[in-house]
Design a protein. Structure first.
Ligand code: DOR
Ligand code: ZN
Length: 346
């Protein structure tokens, strides 16, 4: 049995870091494992301009523990009114790595998101021309659509028309949760369509939200789906296809915001993300494909150099922390809190 695995330093291609005290509390967990991360722009107010992204990047760098080597890659929050030139300038100046499309109302802090694709056609034309990736939260916001069908409906009603209208636009379908999404991305042969997959969608199906009672710490968006979908995601992630890569969607909310009458969506997986993903690859007999998923496919898709240096994980049982403290006396309940993992980052 393989006892340790060394891979090039990995990247997290979808991450929420928040700001202020929370940023300072959560960032070390990511910087310990990952060389770079695409940082989501759904702050309040959202990161919609080059200046705002530049300032946020500086705050992230200032919040790093001494000696940490970590590069935040910034995403521009797309609004109906985003000027194409703002996006072009941010990309050419190396401030924006990508643009994030939230359908308005789809998730946490998405109220400034896009209400209709026509409104952002000019931005998408520009991005297609300059080779800038569009990162999509792929869920229909039609209240008539069942919450478990929102991704599949978005694919049919919005994503397929978008891909046809912008045939050279680079697109990442974020945190995919369904076999429909996995199939669409697997079948694409152009190389311009990719997907990130979270650890929770690989490890759990929707029953986890209701085991013995309602479990708010398993609630995220897109919501966990049925077992058939989880198995399709595991096949996709471990298939060796370069179109699938690691993106945790780690999304910290303090526990009182989740354990509430109307609890927030988001799972904080940053502390043990790499170990959780590796557990899945091990269970699937795909340890030899882990480096591609975690350290190579994303870089290649984004056209960025592979990281220098390595990380090593060892087969060693250890328990995940029950709680991650925040400076104001609050705390975050992490993914897999109190559970045992069989791999440990050295
Ligand atoms: O579960 C989620 N949490 N999904 C998202 O799309 C947003 C995120 C957050 O920011 O909390
Ligand atoms: Zn997210």
């Amino acid at each position: 049995m393989t006892q340790s695995l060394t891979l090039p330093r990995p990247d997290d291609w979808h991450l929420h870091l928040r700001d202020g005290d929370t940023l300072r509390a959560v960032l070390p967990h990511t910087a310990r494992q990952f060389a770079r991360a695409i940082v989501m722009p759904n702050l309040k107010p959202p990161v919609t301009t080059v200046d705002a992204a530049h300032a946020y990047r500086e705050r992230i760098l200032a919040a790093l523990p001494p000696g940490a080597r970590f590069v935040p890659l910034m995403a521009c929050y797309l609004c109906d009114a985003t000027p194409p030139d703002e996006v072009r300038r941010g990309f050419s100046e190396g401030v924006f790595t990508a643009v994030k499309l939230y359908p308005a109302g789809a998730t946490t802090h998405s109220e400034y998101g896009v209400t209709a694709l026509d409104k952002v056609a000019g931005v998408l034309e520009t991005m297609q021309e300059i080779g800038m990736p569009l990162l999509i939260h792929g869920e229909s916001t039609d209240p008539a659509v069942d919450v478990f069908d929102r991704e599949a409906t978005f694919i049919e009603q919005t994503l397929k028309p978008l891909l046809a209208r912008f045939p050279r636009l680079k697109v990442v379908l974020e945190h995919i949760t369904t076999e429909q999404a996995a199939d669409l991305v697997s079948r694409d042969s152009s190389g311009r369509l990719a997907a990130t997959i979270t650890p929770q969608h690989l490890m759990f199906n929707r029953n986890a939200m209701f085991t013995g009672g309602i479990r708010p710490h398993f609630y995220c968006l897109p919501v966990l789906k049925r077992e058939r979908h989880r198995l399709a995601l595991r096949r996709a992630a471990t298939s060796g296809s370069p179109a699938f890569f690691l993106g945790t969607d780690s999304a910290p909310h303090d526990r009182t915001a989740k354990e509430a009458a109307c609890g927030c969506a988001g799972i904080f997986s940053a502390p043990n993300a790499l170990e959780a993903y590796l557990t899945v690859f091990d269970e699937e007999g795909a340890l030899d494909r882990f480096a591609a998923f975690a350290s190579e496919n994303g870089s290649r898709f984004y056209g960025l150099p592979l990281n220098e240096g390595t990380v090593t994980l060892r087969r060693e049982r250890h328990r995940v922390a029950e709680s991650i403290p925040l400076p104001d006396g609050k705390a975050i309940h992490p993914f897999l809190a109190g559970e045992e993992l069989g791999w440990k980052l050295a």
